[in-house]
Ligand binder design. Structure first.
Ligand code: DSN
Length: 421
């Protein structure tokens, strides 16, 4: 296995693909990545993910596969499963979901029949596409009903409404978790209502898996949740994939739902890389990393709030901020995203609760700190970043000012190498 020689071969034999990879490498090094779902993975994860396991089919689970030659796939999948259980204090782990969407779909399909009700967070209040967006296949198969937050009360979940809807609709699953919500959740309250109506509890922790692993945010499994899902490539810093963690009594149903229910051959190279990432997250240093992600997010938020910028829920408990750019700068999320692209800061446009604007021109942007924290940026860098963002959005029509800020951003980035480059 020799990465350098593999890359040299690629450079010689497929210069177009090589050029795209090189371009992306330079883009990632040059600018600041603030999309809250992105991160820079470990060099060891690249090594495992680009390894010889790419060659192997291994339908089934360790010790019971449908193909021969499984000595090493069994070893590596078992390592990943045991590390996942230890890290998240879970009775059972399935490490085969190919990414976040199939991981959630496998849970729904394990427990629900077409037409069954699933109660999840309203999409504009922070829920995810896989939580039954009308454009998703899951939205067509199952009956998703919604609860909301109360934005003016720091985004508190409206549990009175949630309970009323749960009693009225008798969901099979009460789902919590989010893709655009900057607060922690009251898992005990979800569990109490789920027990009252006889629903399973599912937490989609895709965004904050790394923060739970690092012990800086609450773990829903500690509150008796039945199932928790998380992607592995966001705050957890691993390869692109998903994990399902559950109580032992649901292990068979979950495993059957992932394979053969939803997927064929697992990606063993990714599973090897998951094992590596989970091994890293089990190290004491990962707790410091997770803590710094939160400190960095709070620092960014404070500078914005000090400058009268409107943040949804007026702050953050996690790694993420949602900014109302229309209210703060009279720019929609797309205009704000494009302006920040010009200063080499990457964010994404974002709908806000009950957004009056359409998804391609929503009212805000989303920002997050995992990737910048991975590069070693701390409070003083966050203060600079927040100031650059404010200056750029205020002066979005002034190309020469944007270009001046861009050179300052890139100069700072050159001091913080991206791991693995
Ligand atoms: N695309 C991810 C995010 O950005 O939150 C979720 O799937």
């Amino acid at each position: 296995m020799n990465f350098q020689s593999n890359l040299s071969q690629l450079q010689s034999n497929d210069p177009e693909v090589y050029a795209a990879i090189l371009g992306e490498e330079q883009r990632e090094q040059k600018g600041i990545e603030l999309i809250p779902s992105e991160n820079y993975t470990w060099p060891e994860v690249f090594a495992a993910n680009g390894s010889i396991f790419t060659n192997k089919y291994s339908e089934g689970y360790p010790g019971r596969r449908y193909y021969g030659g499984q000595e090493f796939t069994d070893a590596v999948e078992t390592l990943a499963v045991e590390r996942a259980k230890r890290l998240f204090r879970a009775e059972h782990a399935n490490v085969q979901p190919l990414s976040g969407s199939p991981m959630n779909q496998a849970v729904y399909l394990a427990f629900c029949q077409p037409g069954d009700t699933i109660l999840g967070m309203d999409l504009s209040h922070g829920g995810h596409l896989t939580h039954g967006a009308p454009v998703s296949h899951m939205g067509a198969i199952f009956n998703f009903v919604r609860y909301k937050t109360i934005p003016e009360e720091s985004g508190r979940i409206d549990f009175e409404e949630l309970r009323r809807v749960a009693l009225a609709t008798k969901p099979k699953i009460i789902l919590c978790g989010y893709t655009s919500y900057p607060r922690d959740l009251d898992y005990a309250e979800f569990k109490k209502i789920a027990d009252e109506v006889g629903a399973l509890t599912m937490a989609d922790m895709a965004h904050i898996g790394g923060l739970i692993a690092g012990g800086v945010m609450k773990n829903p499994l500690d509150f008796g949740f039945d199932i928790m899902t998380t992607t592995t490539h966001k705050s957890l810093r691993g390869p692109r994939a998903g994990l399902i963690l559950c109580k032992e009594k649901y292990a068979k149903q979950i495993d059957k739902s992932v394979f053969p229910g939803l997927q064929g051959g697992p990606h063993m190279h990714t599973i090897a890389a998951i094992a590596v990432a989970l091994g890293k997250a089990l190290q004491p240093e990962f707790k410091n990393y997770a803590q710094q992600i939160l400190v960095n997010a709070k620092t960014l938020a404070q500078v914005f709030l000090d400058n009268n910028i409107k943040l949804i829920t007026n702050g953050t408990d996690n790694h993420m901020l949602v900014m109302n750019t229309i209210q703060s700068f009279n720019l929609d999320g797309t205009e704000a995203e494009k302006t920040l692209d010009k200063i080499s800061i990457t964010v994404n446009k974002q709908i806000i609760p009950d957004d009056p604007n359409p998804p391609l021109h929503p009212s805000g942007i989303r920002l997050g700190t995992p990737a910048a924290t991975t590069r070693g940026m701390k409070e003083s860098e966050m203060q600079k970043i927040a100031s650059w963002i404010i200056e750029a959005l205020k002066n979005h029509a002034d190309e020469s000012q944007l270009s001046q800020i861009k050179s300052e951003v890139e100069a700072m980035c050159s001091q913080f190498p991206v791991p693995g480059i």
